[in-house]
Structures are given as C-alpha cells and as structure tokens.
Design a protein around this ligand. Structure first.
Ligand code: AN0
Ligand code: CP
Length: 317
C-alpha cells in the first residue's frame, strides 16, 4: 500500500480483516518492519483516539513517532496559492509539506472539512497536497470527506460482535449543537457498502449525504422502521451536505437521540459511535452505559486498524 485514504486502498476486505486479526493477536510480531523508520502525525484538528491509537500502532511496529499540532506551536499555514501573504499566516503549506516529508518515512494527516468551500472540501485539497508534495506515503487520520481508519475499526468491531453472517447495520443521524463534518458517516457508508451486510441509513429530511457515499444503502426516513430488527445501531451527527445548506445545522430534534425506547425496537442491537460523543444529545446515559454499548472495544480497535494499515505501508517502503 502506498497511500491510504479510502476503502479501495485496503484492497480485498476479507483479507484485510484476516491481517487485522493476526495483528490483534500478535501486536509485537512486526517490530523489525518499523526499525529506524519515522512516523509523522500532523493534526490540523483536535483528537484523542486517533492521536493515541496511531502513535501506539507505530510504536508496536517499532517505529519512531513524531506528532505535530499545527495550531499549537507551529506557524499558521496559508493554503491558497496566489495569496499575498500579508496577514497572520507566516508559512505556506507548499513549503511546509515537503519539509515535513523530508523528516519522516510515513505521514498521517488529520484535516477536517472547513465548510468554507464545498468543492475544496470534497476535492480533499489539503490531503491531496500532502500526497502530491510530501514525497512520502500518506494516510488519512480523518480528512474532509472520509475517516477510513475509523471505518476499518468499525468493520473489525462488527465482525467481532455480529451474531449472523449478514447483520442489519443502521447508521442513524442524531442531534448535536455544532456543525460536524460528513466524513464519519460518508466513510462508514463507503465501508458498509463494500460488505454484504444489510445497510440502512436513517436521518431527518435535509440531511441527505452525497449519493456517491450512500451507494446501494437503503435510506429510510422513518427512524422507527429503520431501527426494527437492527443488529447494530451506529449513531453519528453530521451537518447538511446539500446546497444551499452545506455545513449547516438544520435542527436539533431530540426525537433522534438514541434512547432505550428506540433500542427496544431492535434485535437487541449493539450501540456504536466513533466518539467523542455528547451524552443526552446523541445517546442517552442508559444506552451508552448498557451492556449492548460497544463504544470502548470499538475505540480500542483503532490501534488494530491503524497498525494493519501502517504495516501494509511499511511492507512497500
Ligand atoms: C469529529 C467529526 O464529527 O468528524 C471527529 C469524530 C471522530 N467530531 C467532532 O468534531 C466532535
Ligand atoms: N474517533 C476519533 O477519531 O476520535 P478522535 O477525534 O478523538 O481522534
């Protein structure tokens, strides 16, 4: 593997799941692969899980790890070409990227959608500049439109907990006070569509995702109907995708909060969320604390997904 930004980059899913299983059982078996190799993790946005799990994955593989928070101590980066740089940004990303690339062997990048220009977000302008100008393999730690390390961990978790070969997996929108990107739901949909699961997306009118990511999923506006017989409820908030409301919060309808009443409609479904989660907005205390909540093992699998991807990248170096 060279770059890792979406489901296609992992290749055959069954084989990727086998590799992940091996890594989970033998986390230190590949330490030789990362010897004298430097992993650089660049964050344009906050993180708890991605930062820690990706560092841990790199260390398990014997790599040296450098982490940089662009907004805490680095120079503010200009990203537009042709800009007269007389404002508050002393450095251009077109110098910063190759410099960062010269200090490492593999680069992870977190760069959320900025909601300023939909085309820039959906063309992954920042992530693609890293791919183009760093000279190194690049992997996404959540970019503008996808969060593939999260989706891979989600898939691993579903495979571990599923009770039937083709579980019914439901992605449900849930309310949140701030505008969040579509990256997590887009990516989750992309990975679920690569499986043979029954996959349903439910959300209020106005929160339709990009058709490219919805793919063959069933979109069901009636949430009670969507929850019925579900094996997994995967909750996430996202802001509107469609124009003219791109990046906007259209409502905070609490009838979409995942609660025990709706969970009772399911087939004793497991509750999943990528975290961080706002309790009693997205999900009630009761549901997230219930035995059916698998958010902690889901987060723990972030080490496994990151290590599987990093190992594949190291094998190609
Ligand atoms: C981010 C998002 O919704 O994309 C990161 C989730 C992993 N969440 C927040 O900003 C709260
Ligand atoms: N799920 C996830 O990516 O969490 P962080 O934003 O804390 O990294």
């Amino acid at each position: 593997m060279n770059h890792f930004t979406c489901v296609q980059d992992i290749g055959d899913l069954q084989s990727a799941l086998q590799k992940a299983k091996y890594i989970k059982e033998n986390p230190f078996a590949d330490q030789h692969l990362g010897k004298n190799k430097t992993l650089m993790l660049i964050f344009f946005n906050s993180s708890l899980r991605t930062r820690l799990s990706t560092q841990k994955a790199g260390m398990n593989l014997g790599m040296n790890v450098i982490v940089l928070d662009i907004n805490q101590g680095a120079w503010k980066l200009e990203t537009g070409r042709g800009v007269v740089m007389d404002g508050d940004k002393p450095e251009h990303i077109l110098e910063a990227i190759p410099v960062m690339g010269s200090y490492c062997d593999v680069i992870g990048v977190r760069s959320f959608a900025q909601f300023e220009n939909k085309a820039d977000d959906y063309n992954e302008v920042i992530l693609n500049q890293f791919i183009q100008y760093s000279g190194k393999p690049v992997f996404s730690m959540e970019a503008a439109t996808r969060h593939p390390l999260q989706s891979f961990a989600d898939l691993i978790t579903i495979e571990e907990y599923k009770k039937t070969a083709r579980p019914k997996v439901v992605l449900t929108w849930a309310p949140h006070p701030k505008a969040l990107p579509q990256a997590v739901p887009n990516s989750f949909a992309e990975w679920m569509n690569a499986t043979d699961y029954e996959f349903v997306i439910t959300h209020p009118e106005g929160y339709e995702l990009d058709k490219k990511f919805v793919g063959k999923a069933i979109v069901e506006y009636d949430k009670e109907k969507a929850y019925r017989n579900a094996d997994f409820i995967y909750a996430k908030n996202w802001s509107a995708y469609r124009d003219p409301n791109y990046g906007k919060v259209l409502n905070m309808d609490k009838s979409w909060t995942v609660d025990t009443r709706k969970m009772a409609l399911t087939d004793n479904a497991f509750f999943m969320h990528c975290l961080p989660v706002r309790r009693n907005m997205i999900v009630t205390d009761e549901v997230i604390e219930s035995p059916q909540s698998i958010v902690i093992p889901e987060a723990a699998n972030r080490v496994v997904s990151a290590q599987t991807v990093l190992k594949e990248i190291l094998l190609e170096l």
